[in-house]
Each structure stands twice: as structure tokens, then as C-alpha cells.
Design a protein around this ligand. Structure first.
Ligand SMILES: [Zn+2]
Length: 669
């Protein structure tokens, strides 16, 4: 039964800065948003899920020029990483906004003019300590260093004094209005500790905010005064309204704005809980219901050094096991508001115990018995006994509690409830031992009842976990012979039983193969997809050599030969002879060389982890094999458009060169 009374649900992630690279933090926020989006849809609400990229600013301008590209071309190239990440995480935003889209720029300019007209924006002179990499002025309370300069508290780099004509937003006028809003909407910022932090910051007094720059060209021009560009936060924050249809699709905007929940990490709390609501108050737009500040995933440093690679690259985990285990782990391990410590041990432990053991075994045992004992279709079961009724009751309670937790964004609690139920079902099977019942033909009605109860429990579990693990839930659904897709089921009215229940049409494949921790760590030396590093967080070890995946090695043992591939699979790789035209070291990366190569029809740049074996001079004029159709990657801020082949031995990467005269671009097969 459709209830029209449920309000629409609008969830946002921050827009991600294209100059960074996707890391576990981006993955985490997007996964939370996607899980809420999927849950709310299954809970009968119309949902709008927005994510996207922040593409303006000085750093984009700089990176583009370093790579010989226009800023837009650079943004077009790197935005793909974030789109790919969302897809690979099984996240399905309804709209992916880019701040370089005309729909956004027009909306921001319109809002700017409105506030200018009404006096909330005015022109003035700003002089202050400015952090260039962060594109932000330091707050007044940052103390002077001994040498009379200031250090940026966010990044630790030296700030410089900048003075310029600028437009100010009259933030000071909104201090009391903000405090009033916090007081009347105690859930405006969650968790509570963040609300307290924001309140005391605003109580301390608000100064007007400089919102334009004359020094940054790559931005939205101030309408009527194009020497100024609109500065990052006034530009970026408004994506949440332009993305929802502000000034472009009034029906959509009216329906979804204000946002139900805006997910952020704590480093951008002030912008979202102070500046953003102040902008909205000035524009006369309603404020979001909730700004939810999630925690950070911290690296387990010890494990990092052992495993060498940048293990927090989400692509490594995605490549190894698909999106569902990562989604499950990140949502289950810690409450959303707290910081988590990411360690491989914890990840593998959860994967093996919660997923492979508890859920995966339950699915495969139950379905295998239904297939083996009843040829895939359970006949009319015997009467329900108290143990069976307990499972039915437990399911109803679990469903209600899990739904309540999903609704209040306490996703880890929801999963705890579901796993307590899975444990109960496993115990039920152990207690009722269908494998023993099977031995006595007289007990077949009882056997049918036990297995039907297990099937009902699995069906219900598939629905409950579907927002977190969409792919696995759908597989269970199909193994059970249920029609359609699990995401089309609604929580409301979700019954334990179902008319078609009791079939096991398809033989189940293992949902979550167990992972051997030692083997996994040994394998994780090379990022599987995009060997990218965030410039901001370069505490990680050097990138491993950019060599083929087949040359992964461990300290102790030769790697086993990988499974066979067909000739067609091999033939998808475009291997070519490359001639080296230029070679140079990559700054601050002792293993990396930047090579310009000739491929006959074109020249390209690749980044190779061979600097410990070869000097740039040694490689000039050399001929070797590259994979020409490998997806480009950004390594230490340098784009690599291909990969050379090399043998890896310890820290050394040894390139097989051609001695004979082979033309550039010749095919290798
Ligand atoms: Zn800084």
C-alpha cells in the first residue's frame, strides 16, 4: 500500500575537489549516502541523492597548466575518477553535479546578485594571512611564528599576506539568527558534540566573509564585475541547491529542498554548519534538516608499512572483493559520527566471520539442503513448532528495529540487529539439525518446515541488508527463486513468509569467499586500478613500480601462476614498442621517472617506478614494451598514459629492452 504522506528524502555528499584523488574518505561518505538513499526508497520515499565535484580554484588552474591543459580539460579528465568510484562502489546518485556546469554557474550568479542587491554582499578591502594551497585566509587567532610569518593550521604550510579588493558576505549579521536556529533545531548538526562545537564558535563572534578573488581566474565571474571570481565556498556550497533544481526546475526544487541530510566530514563542519545556513538565511531559502558530520578513517600505520602499498586506496579492496564487503565493513565497524581505525586485520576478520561465515554459510547450507533433500522445491511443510515461531517473531522484531535505526542514520546498529538475527537462524539450524531429520523419511514434513523457515529468514535478511549490500542481497533473492528485484520490495508490510517461498532454483555460488589474511597482505603491494596518491596526505610510502600485475611478489614465496586467460582476453591488451624521447625524475618521488615516449602515431607521457634501477639518461633512446590502452592514472600529480613492462625483483624494476631496430608503435603479440 503506497502511503503518499511520506515526505521526499534528499541526501547529499560534499562535492569532491577534482584536484584530490579518491580515497577511503570519499568512498565512505558516498557509501553512507547511497545506503540511506537505497533504504529510503525501500521505505517508500521519493529520494534524490546528489554528489559531484568541485572544479574551480587556484589548485585546478595550477595542475592544469602543469599538465599543459586548460582547466576545463583537466577537470574533464579527472572527474572521471570520482564518477568511476561511485559506480565501482555500487553507488547510484540521482545526479552528479559539477561546479563547472552552466546550470550551477547561473544559479550561483543569480544568488550572488540577489544578496548584492539586498546589501548582504558589499565590496571592500581584505588584507590577511592567506594559505595558497588551501585557498583560504587564516583566522585571526592563528599566532605569529618567530620569523613573523603565520603557518596554516590546516596544512602546516607557510601562509602569505594578501591584500585585495573583495566582495564580503555580511556574515556578522547572521550570528544571532544562526544561534536561534541551532537552539530551535537541536538536530541541525549531528552528532551532538559537533553541534556544541559549532554553537560555541558562533557565540565567539562572526566576521564578514570574503567571497570573491581577483587573484583566481578559474572560477565563476562576478556578474557585472568580471575582474572578480566567486570564491570557493560561495560557489561550492550552492551546488546543493543548484543540483536540486534551483532557478531551473522549480517543481523538483520545491519537492526536494531543503535537504533531509547533508553528509560531511569534520574538516568542513564550519563551512556547512555556519556559512552555508547563513547564505541560505540571506537568500530566504529553507535550511537543511540535518548536517551530519561523520568521522575519519585513520590508517593503521603499522600495517601500512608492512604491506607497502597505499592500502587505503578503495580500488584495491574493490578490485579484490567487489563493493559489498567494503560497504558492510565501513558501515558496521564504527558509528557514523566517530573516527574509525582502518586495518586489514579488522576488515578481513569481518569479511570472514560476519560475511563468509555467518551469512554466506547460512545461504549456501540452506539452499544446498533444499536442493539436495527436496530437489529445489520444498513440499507442504509440517505444523509450526515453537522454535519456528521464535524465528518468525525474531524476524518481525529485527525488521522493526533495523528500520528504525536506518531511519535515524545509525547504520551500524541496524547491521548489528540484522546480524543478531542471522546468528539466531544459524543456531536454529544447528538445534534442529535438518541433516539428521533427513535420515528419517517419517520426518520429512518437519524437515520441510525447518528448511522453509530458513528460506523465509534468508528472504527477509536479503531485504534488510539490501541498502548496504545491494549486489549480495539480489543474489540471495535470485537463489531463492524470488521474482523481480529485491530493491523493489518495501519494508512496510514486509512479511516473514511469502507465497513462492521454498524454492532453491539456482545452485548458490559462495557469496563471500573467505580471505587468508597473510596472502591478502602479501598481494596488496600494487594498487589495482588507479595508482593515485593524494598530495595532501603523502605520508604514505612511495608508489610501487608501475609494472604489470603479474609481477606481484612476496618476500617469502614465488607467486603462484594466475588462472588461465583466453587468447581473446590477452588480445584486449594493446602492447606496443615505445621509444623514449625524454626522461626526467618526478619531484620528491625517488622511485618515479616521467618518460615521454614515441608510439609511432603519437607521443605520450608515462610515469614508471624504475628510478632506483635507471637514471633518466640511461633510458633516453631505449626501446621497450608498453601497454598502450591502459586506463590513464595520476601518479604524484603527474598523468601516466600507459605503462611499461618490467620485471620486479626486490626493490628493483628491470626493463626488457629491444636490442634490434624496431620501429616505434610496432605491435607486440
Ligand atoms: Zn593550508
Amino acid at each position: 500500500m503506497e502511503k503518499k504522506s511520506k515526505p521526499p528524502f534528499y541526501v547529499t555528499t560534499p562535492i569532491y575537489y577534482v584536484n584530490g584523488v579518491p580515497h577511503i574518505g570519499h568512498a565512505y561518505t558516498t557509501i553512507i549516502a547511497d545506503t540511506l538513499s537505497r533504504f529510503m526508497k525501500m521505505n517508500g520515499r521519493d529520494v534524490f541523492f546528489l554528489t559531484g565535484t568541485d572544479e574551480h580554484g587556484q589548485k585546478v588552474e595550477k595542475a592544469a597548466s602543469e599538465n599543459g591543459l586548460e582547466p576545463q580539460a583537466w577537470a574533464d579528465r579527472v572527474v572521471v575518477r570520482f564518477m568511476d568510484l561511485a559506480r565501482d562502489l555500487a553507488c547510484e546518485p540521482d545526479f552528479f553535479i559539477r561546479t563547472t556546469m552552466e546550470l550551477h554557474e547561473k544559479g550561483v550568479q543569480k544568488l550572488f546578485l540577489k544578496l548584492l542587491d539586498q546589501g548582504d554582499i558589499y565590496k571592500g578591502e581584505y588584507k590577511g594571512w592567506y594559505c595558497v594551497p588551501d585557498e583560504s585566509f587564516l583566522t585571526e587567532d592563528v599566532p605569529l611564528e618567530k620569523d613573523g610569518t603565520k603557518i596554516c593550521p590546516d596544512c602546516g604550510r607557510k601562509a602569505q599576506v594578501v591584500s585585495e579588493e573583495t566582495y564580503f558576505f555580511r556574515l556578522s549579521a547572521y550570528q544571532q539568527k544562526l544561534l536561534d536556529h541551532y537552539a530551535s533545531h537541536p538536530q541541525f548538526v549531528r552528532p551532538q558534540s559537533r553541534m556544541n562545537e559549532v554553537t560555541s564558535f558562533v557565540r565567539g563572534g562572526l566576521k564578514d566573509l570574503s567571497i570573491t578573488r581577483t587573484t583566481v581566474k578559474w572560477g565563476i565571474p562576478v556578474p557585472g564585475d568580471p575582474a572578480h571570481t566567486i570564491y570557493v565556498w560561495f560557489d561550492a556550497l550552492h551546488n546543493y541547491v543548484t543540483g536540486a533544481g534551483y532557478d531551473r526546475d522549480p517543481a523538483h526544487f520545491e519537492k526536494f529542498w531543503p535537504a533531509s541530510v547533508q553528509l560531511i566530514a569534520k574538516d568542513i563542519l564550519r563551512f556547512h554548519a555556519v556559512f552555508w545556513p547563513a547564505f541560505l538565511l540571506a537568500s530566504g531559502l529553507p535550511l537543511p534538516e540535518c548536517v551530519f558530520c561523520h568521522g575519519w578513517w585513520l590508517k593503521d600505520e603499522a600495517k601500512m608499512s608492512k604491506s607497502k602499498g597505499n592500502v587505503l586506496d578503495p580500488y584495491v579492496l574493490l578490485k579484490a572483493m567487489g563493493p559489498d564487503p567494503l560497504r558492510y565493513f565501513l558501515l558496521r565497524e564504527v558509528p557514523i559520527g566517530l573516527d574509525g581505525n582502518f586495518s586489514h586485520e579488522a576488515f578481513i576478520r569481518r569479511l570472514n566471520s560476519d560475511l563468509a561465515n555467518d551469512l554466506g554459510n547460512l545461504v549456501s547450507r540452506s539452499l544446498t539442503m533444499i536442493r539436495n533433500y527436496f530437489n529445489g522445491t520444498i513440499p507442504e511443510p509440517g505444523p509450526e513448532e515453537p522454535a519456528d515461531a521464535d524465528i518468525r517473531k525474531a524476524f518481525d522484531e529485527t525488521r522493526d528495529r533495523a528500520v528504525a535505526h536506518y531511519e535515524s542514520y545509525t547504520l551500524n546498529k541496524s547491521l548489528e540487529e540484522i546480524w543478531a538475527f542471522i546468528t539466531a537462524v544459524n543456531k536454529y539450524l544447528a538445534d534442529n539439525a535438518p541433516w539428521k531429520l533427513h535420515k528419517d523419511p517419517a520426518l520429512r514434513p518437519r524437515l520441510a518446515r525447518v528448511l522453509r523457515t530458513a528460506a523465509a529468514a534468508l528472504r527477509g535478511t536479503a531485504v534488510l541488508v539490501a541498502p548496504v549490500m545491494p549486489g549480495s542481497a539480489q543474489k540471495i533473492w535470485e537463489y531463492l527463486g524470488e521474482p523481480g528485484t529485491v530493491r523493489d520490495i518495501r519494508f512496510e508490510g514486509l512479511a516473514f513468509d511469502s507465497p513462492g517461498l521454498g524454492q532453491a532454483i539456482r545452485a548458490p555460488e559462495p557469496l563471500f569467499p573467505r580471505v587468508d589474511l597473510q596472502a591478502f597482505l602479501a598481494e596488496e603491494t600494487i594498487p589495482a586500478k588507479e595508482p593515485v596518491m593524494d598530495e595532501e596526505t603523502q605520508k604514505s610510502p612511495e608508489q610501487p613500480p608501475a609494472t604489470t600485475g603479474s609481477s606481484r611478489t612476496t618476500e617469502t614465496a614465488e607467486p603462484p601462476v594466475k588462472p588461465l586467460v583466453t587468447y581473446e582476453e590477452f588480445a584486449r591488451m594493446d602492447l606496443r614498442v615505445a621509444h623514449v624521447i625524454e626522461a626526467a625524475r618526478v619531484e620528491k618521488a625517488k622511485k618515479l621517472l616521467r618518460l615521454k615516449i614515441d608510439l609511432g602515431t603519437e607521443q605520450r607521457q608515462i610515469v614508471a617506478g624504475v628510478a632506483e634501477t635507471y637514471s633518466p639518461e640511461q633510458l633516453l633512446g631505449k626501446k621497450f614494451i608498453v601497454i598502450a590502452n591502459l586506463q590513464p592514472a595520476v601518479i604524484r600529480g603527474v598523468e601516466s598514459q600507459g605503462m611499461l613492462l618490467a620485471a620486479v625483483s626486490g626493490e628493483k624494476a628491470v626493463i626488457p629492452f629491444f636490442e634490434a631496430d624496431v620501429p616505434a608503435g610496432a605491435k607486440v603479440k
